[in-house]
Design a protein. Structure first.
Length: 463
RNA sequence: UCCCCGUUAGCUCAGCGGCAGAGCACUCGGCUGUUAACUGAGGUGUCGGUGGUUCGAAUCCACCACGGGGAGCCA
């Protein structure tokens, strides 16, 4: 095992003259007559360690195996590098090859590959520059999420992944069953008898931890969930996954203004964290993936988000003098083209839109005094559209019950959700952030399948 | 799910009715403290699949599969 202080990122901080051992995988190799250069990476940082092997130092049969893709341990002295690309390099004295890699068949080349090709070799793509950077940023982002909420005293809640609650309604759900599909038990009426299933009733993978988070917010005040979420929607876009990670804070004693301010503070915090801790990776994204990433992130971290109500947003869109593919009117749902116009053209930064018509938002969102709008918010970001969706929740028992009834929802399924309003109810609010959407924003990566280790999409669940 | 576009060497692509091509990778060699090194030579194919049109199909048509972009649904 590589111990703390021994990663390649640590080796770069040591003084020339220090004896070190580096372990990792060969990115590339260049041969000269008297000297061989090997670029070695252990994934700990963007920069590879340059290994310099003077002819004759390492036995021929060992050195021959140290080709692109091979796994090595190299011991020697850290020295100042006369070359331009790095301050220090490792002058090899000893080398062990753990595993070779036949150059004729190893698929990762020195030159660039398409993201589509790399996706087909998901077992090797983490060794590439791009995916090394993606997954280091993903790691840093996840840490920043916990640090942000923990610093503020939020309780980390593990919402269940399997649910028998029929109440979430955030999208199509994957069924969870151990029934023999070739021989399904039937009720007298001929329907599948889920009473004979593992849980004694129909079970699904969760589409959101929000309702469970509300339960905990009404006991621990400030809580958050951070875990995988599943949607069985047949969505084939660069922004959707069937399995993705979501962060859902829920705060008691909080209204929509508090919710919106927390969302802004949260986004700025995690952006600043990644800017501070993944500088080399972000520079790479800025250079090779999207040359607007750094300036956008720095801008967003430093500036105040715009805030408009839905009604104001509709006014802006009506005055835009555009031929919208989807007509704009008060009561319409904002389409991609509208969201993009607001965030990319009108304001050129993240925009929070609040107070949507109740008809186009979920039943649990708190009704405003006008009786027409609800305390909902969407945070829209340039390039990727909606990144956060949230709301103040309806905490009034009678109003919530009425909403459930008028929307024709199964009242019995919500018995515990209603009881939260019956016993010690409190104003509360929360929001949801898709981790992968945020990563796309941070890295400039164009396809959500390339910011999660092993993407699951309709028709695809390899690796 | 809908609308467009694509699928040819390991990779990226050209060829668009008449001999299957290039660059890179790879192998062997030259040169060189190199940085996606440079350089000479060499091998590389079920032209996504199945049917059809045609004297002849990588090329035209149909269907299917897969990939990309856009839309819807959403995070």
């Amino acid at each position: 095992m590589i111990e703390p202080g021994e990663y390649i990122r640590d080796i770069f901080t040591k003084s020339p003259g220090t004896a070190v051992t580096a372990r990792g995988w060969v990115k590339t190799r260049r041969d000269s007559k008297g000297v061989t250069f090997v670029q070695l990476s252990d994934g700990s940082c963007f920069q590879d360690l340059q290994i310099v092997i003077d002819a004759g130092t390492i036995p021929e049969n060992v050195l021959r195996e140290a080709t692109t893709g091979a796994c090595l341990a190299v011991s020697g002295d850290l020295v100042e590098s006369p070359g331009a690309g790095q301050a220090v390099e490792l002058k090899a004295k000893e080398m062990t090859v753990y595993g070779g890699a036949d150059p004729a068949t190893y698929p990762l080349q020195k030159k660039g590959h398409t993201m589509e090709f790399l996706r087909e070799i998901a077992h090797l793509r983490p060794r590439s520059n791009t995916f090394g950077a993606v997954f280091r940023v993903r790691n840093a982002l996840s840490f920043a999420v916990h640090q942000f909420f923990q610093e503020r005293g939020f309780l980390y809640l593990h919402a269940p992944l399997i649910t028998t609650s029929d109440a979430e309604g955030a999208g199509a759900m994957f069924g969870v069953s151990t029934l023999d599909m070739m021989n399904l038990p039937r009720t007298d009426a001929g329907a599948v008898d889920f009473g004979k299933d593992f849980f004694g009733k129909r079970a699904h993978l969760t589409v959101s931890g929000q309702l469970e988070a509300e339960i905990f917010a009404l006991a621990f005040s400030n809580v958050y969930t951070f875990g995988p979420t599943f949607r069985a929607e047949n969505s084939n876009t660069p922004r959707h996954l069937a399995e993705f990670w979501m962060i859902e804070p829920e705060m008691a004693f909080c209204d929509l203004d508090g919710d919106r301010k927390l969302a802004e503070e949260f986004l700025k915090y995690i952006i600043a964290y990644v800017l501070d801790n993944c500088a080399a990776d972000l520079e790479f994204f800025n250079k090779r993936i999207d040359n607007t990433v750094l300036s956008t992130l720095e801008h967003v971290a430093a500036s105040d988000f715009e805030h408009v109500t839905y009604t104001e947003a509709v006014d802006i869109l009506l005055k835009a003098g555009r031929d919208w593919e989807f007509p704009v009117f008060w009561g319409c749902d904002l389409q991609s083209e509208h969201e993009r116009y607001l965030t990319e053209e009108t304001f050129k930064k993240p925009v929070v839109v609040t107070d949507y018509p109740k008809e186009i938002k979920a039943f649990y969102m708190r009704l405003n005094d006008d009786g027409k709008t609800v305390r909902a918010m969407d945070v829209l970001a340039p390039r990727i559209g909606e990144i956060i969706g949230g709301s103040q929740r309806e905490e009034r028992y009678d109003v919530l019950l009425e909403k459930i009834r008028t929307q024709g929802l199964p009242e019995e399924a919500y018995w515990w959700y209603l009881e939260l309003r019956k016993y010690g109810s409190a104003p509360h609010a929360g929001f949801g952030l898709g981790l992968e959407r945020m990563l796309m924003y941070l890295t400039g990566m164009k396809n959500i399948r390339d910011v999660i280790p092993f993407p699951r999409t309709p028709g695809y669940a390899e690796f």
